[in-house]
Design a protein around this ligand. Structure first.
Ligand code: S3P
Length: 439
């Protein structure tokens, strides 16, 4: 890797001001998909979280015959119902894991056969966790290694068998969503229970689409078919907000207000953890939209004490562990993450990506199969890192944005091999940072 071709992270001393973010990625996927299933009904969606992943979901729905129009300031989706048109080509999820897993459950019960594929990084990610339960519901799915990876071939079966209760071995909102919506094509309930609570957007949003979420002995299932709520406003993306919050907390004389951002409790793990580490964060709930809480978060300069993270907090911070690790470099004491094996199968192996970047910075890291630990440098970190550093993003948006924040704060020069990957979830990242950053 050459410094010449790498991206030099700009320097910021302070972050101040107000910012409003594009719609949350997880909510945007679901709202687009559920709106497309409302037979002969239109839904207007404001503040959709346009990004590479959301574009992947939108393109697939359009390939399946859904009319989605980009109107002045909103998207208009004209729903088709739960049966779509046969596509003339392969269905391509690009790099979006959420798209791929949820669409397994949509393609399997269609009245046509289809092929689902994705980019190299998505082809490496496990699909068995969703394919296996769907096969138990009668789905006919083929692919390499017992259909455990993309590309997958679906022989449309029109209906699912139902009457099955699943105990998930991993807390995965993607798999939970795939199984909850499988109820649309099934006459008897498909129930699902997870070991720890993962993000609960599907359970919160579906009732606004007139679909009941029922629970029985810890299992949940969906009853009814989607009907349009008419107009939807997607709250801002809390995972994107985590980078802005970290920038404000870690820099001096900073104070940032993030407006109208999702305050879904299953997504606030990052805020909870950072508060426990001593961060000055305040949350103001201002409203609710399609079952999702939203409001404002203020973040200002803070000194951090590192802690250990394990158990049921992990699914609530699964996407924020890279940026929490960067925060911990500036914290005092040992930072330890366990029970986070899932990080190994994200866009890249994030445990390896975090550990190898920390090692490149000269930090002594212990790597475990399910996590890592290291001693924070504390306040002296800003000055300690005064040389030139070249880090890899591994093509992973969250690794890129996390180490960007680190590089913008240290005295030295930090180069990243690739920054373009941020468009996967947060195409405005560089612009937003510039908007509130003071050099
Ligand atoms: C997501 C769920 C999480 C998360 C991903 C988005 C979703 O993955 O990491 O970025 O929208 O359902 P898992 O459900 O696989 O943990």
């Amino acid at each position: 890797m050459e410094v010449d071709s790498a991206y030099l992270v700009p320097k910021y001393k302070t972050f101040r001001g107000e910012i409003k973010l594009r719609g949350d990625k997880s909510i945007s996927h679901r709202v687009l998909i559920f709106s497309s299933m409302c037979e002969n009904q239109e839904t207007k969606i404001y503040n959709i979280g346009f990004s590479d992943d959301i574009n992947a979901t939108q393109r697939i729905l359009m390939q399946l015959g859904v009319e989605i129009l980009n109107e002045n300031g909103f998207l208009k989706a004209c729903g088709k119902g739960i049966y779509f048109d046969e596509p003339s080509d392969i269905i391509y999820a690009y790099e979006s894991g959420t798209t791929a897993r949820i669409f397994c459950s949509i393609l399997a019960p269609q009245k046509f056969s289809s092929v689902l594929d994705g980019k190299e990084s998505l082809r490496r990610r496990p699909m068995k966790r969703v394919v296996e339960p769907l096969k138990k519901l009668g789905a006919k799915i083929w692919g390499k290694d017992d259909a455990s990876k993309l590309p997958l071939v679906f022989d449309g079966v029109s209906k699912f068998k139902g009457g099955v209760s699943f105990d998930l071995s991993v807390a995965s909102a993607q798999v939970k969503t795939a199984l909850l919506i499988s109820n649309f094509w099934s006459d008897s309930p498909v129930k699902v229970r997870e070991p720890f609570i993962s993000r609960d957007h599907t359970e919160r949003i579906l009732p606004s689409f007139n679909v009941d979420i029922r629970s029985e002995a810890g299992y949940i299932y969906a009853v009814g078919k989607p009907k349009s709520p008419g107009v939807i406003m997607v709250p801002g993306d809390i995972s994107s907000a985590s980078f802005i919050i970290a920038a404000s907390v870690l820099s001096h004389n900073s104070d940032v207000l993030i407006k109208d951002v999702s305050l879904n409790p299953t997504r606030l793990g990052f805020v909870e953890v950072l508060k426990n580490m001593g961060a000055n964060l305040k949350i103001y709930k201002t409203g609710q939209e399609i079952g999702e809480d939203y409001g404002d978060i203020s973040a200002s300069s803070s000194e951090l004490k590192n802690i250990e993270l394990k158990g049921d907090i992990i699914p609530k911070i699964i996407d924020e562990i890279p940026i929490l690790s960067v925060c911990a470099i500036f914290g005092e004491g040992v930072f330890r993450v366990r029970d986070a094996k899932e990080l190994r199968v994200k866009e890249t192996d994030r445990i390896n990506a975090i550990c190898s970047n920390l090692r490149s910075l000269g930090i002594d890291v212990q790597e475990y199969e399910d996590g890592f630990s290291f001693e924070g440098i504390g306040n002296s970190a800003y000055h300690k890192f005064s040389g030139d550093y070249l880090l890899k993003t591994f093509g992973d948006h969250r690794i890129a944005m996390s180490f960007f924040i680190f590089g913008s704060l240290i005295n030295g020069n930090l180069y990243l091999d690739d920054i373009s990957c941020v468009s996967k979830s947060y195409p405005d990242f560089l612009l937003d940072i510039k908007k509130i950053g003071i050099c």
